[in-house]
Ligand binder design. Structure first.
Ligand code: NDP
Ligand code: MG
Length: 390
């Protein structure tokens, strides 16, 4: 029986992970569950899955839960996430938190050791890829991606040598605004941005998929996970979301992983790896699909990707990792403002480009450096848009 810590158990990935656990009661068990503010949902999860520990955001909620569940260990706040990750007993650490809030807990789990990191929280690698992968290698801790594209690449690599990769091709659905030009994007609403054509996900990643900065983050995530040069990572628009990604090897062989759009598949694979477990996922009707199509990212779709490649150039040429932290932190703040109805959709990429232009890349020594640069980027965004009304 493997014990799983699910950080972010009340979110889109977290709840799907719990349904994978519910389908495999003899193989996996929830050991730690966490939420930020949806404490009532967490209470239901505690009753059903009986974890040994939970983490909530507020001290008052922690005190109430301690009164309600005498045997439960209850932690709270950002420090509580880190503490629980470092102190509790589990075999798999599923990071399903959203944003840079996932970075310190991942590091604490790696340092604890004897664990598999199942990583959905891409912001961990976008901001701290160099430090996190270095620590994981030093501690012998495997990082198994849950992001569907990276899970696909990881599966294609099984049994192959990383140094035989010629090209990684990440697929992208193109989001709800595929083919829109600038003038159409100027009038899109929050409601329009929150409807994703093929995946149902949390609000932040849904907006990131609409701007395509999500795919930019995934290019950076791939660089750290698979230790490849940015020139070997390409993106193809594939609106059907059937081919989850591909790897081309030195001998010209192109391996792909295909399936229906269901995040329970990569979650289950991360739990079962290196084995595979039966799931209740639908199977893909290949004959009914008839054809698969792909297109080059063009026009507005290129802007986010161009930013990611520019950041990677800075990382590769001068170890200027701070640009990726700025991109991530500013995006988190901008998406928050967009979700609150305070800025228009086009302001997200416009502001990101402007902040990158003004930023002088520098190296990063520690997690504290990353948190400082992140705070600076968020503060700049809030100062710029604080008084703005649309
Ligand atoms: P959700 O917003 O649905 O869930 C986020 C979870 O994290 C919730 O449990 C939430 O608690 C908790 N949380 C949010 N902010 C904080 C914080 N500051 N401190 C502590 N806990 C916090 O996100 P998703 O499940 O969609 O995404 C999770 C991660 O997985 C992201 O990094 C995303 O990019 C990645 N991912 C998601 C995919 C998907 O299909 N959803 C696909 C591929 C990658 P509460 O519920 O109380 O707010
Ligand atoms: Mg993805």
């Amino acid at each position: 029986m493997k014990k799983v810590a699910i950080f972010g158990s009340t979110g889109s990935i977290g709840t799907q992970a719990l349904s994978v656990i519910a389908s495999n009661p003899r193989r996996v068990k929830a050991a730690v569950l966490t939420c930020k503010s949806r404490v009532d949902m967490l209470r239901n999860q505690i009753r059903r899955f009986r974890p040994e520990a939970v983490v909530v955001d507020r001290k008052e909620d922690a005190a109430e839960l301690r009164r309600e569940y005498r045997d439960l260990k209850v932690f709270y706040g950002a420090d509580g996430l880190e503490e629980a990750a470092g102190a509790m007993d589990y075999d798999i650490f599923l990071n399903a938190l959203v944003g840079i809030a996932g970075l310190r807990p991942t590091m604490a789990a790696i340092k604890r050791g004897a664990v598999t990191i199942a990583l959905a929280n891409k912001e961990t690698l976008v901001t701290g890829g160099r430090l996190v992968m270095r620590e994981a290698a030093a501690s012998g801790v495997p990082v198994v991606p849950v992001d569907s594209e990276h899970s696909a690449v990881f599966q294609c690599l099984a049994g192959n040598q990383e140094n035989s990769i010629r090209r990684i091709l990440l697929t992208a659905s193109g989001g709800p605004f595929r083919g829109y030009d600038r003038s159409r994007l100027e009038s899109v609403t929050l409601g329009d941005a929150l409807i994703h054509p093929t995946w149902k996900m949390g609000r932040k990643i849904t907006v990131d998929s609409a701007t395509l900065i999500n795919k930019g983050f995934e290019v950076i995530e791939a660089k750290w996970l698979f230790d490849v040069d940015a020139s070997c990572i390409e993106v193809a628009i594939h609106p059907q979301s059937i081919v989850h990604s591909l790897v081309e090897f030195e001998d010209g062989a192109l391996l792909a992983q295909l399936g229906v759009s269901d995040m329970k598949a990569p979650i289950s694979y991360a739990f079962s790896w290196p084995e595979r477990w039966a799931t209740d996922s639908r199977t893909l009707d290949l004959i009914g699909t008839r054809s698969l199509y792909f297109e080059e990212p063009a026009g507005e779709a290129r802007r986010s990707l161009d930013m990611a490649y520019r950041v990677l150039r800075e990382i590769q040429e001068s170890e200027g990792d701070s640009s990726a932290v700025v991109l991530n932190g500013a995006d988190e703040a901008l998406v928050e403002l967009f979700l609150a109805g305070k800025i228009p959709f086009v302001a997200i990429l416009d502001t990101l480009e402007d902040l990158l232009d003004k930023h002088t890349p520098r190296g990063i020594e520690s997690i504290e450096d990353i948190m400082d640069i992140d705070l600076e980027a968020r503060t700049t965004v809030r100062e710029r848009w604080g008084q703005h009304k649309i």
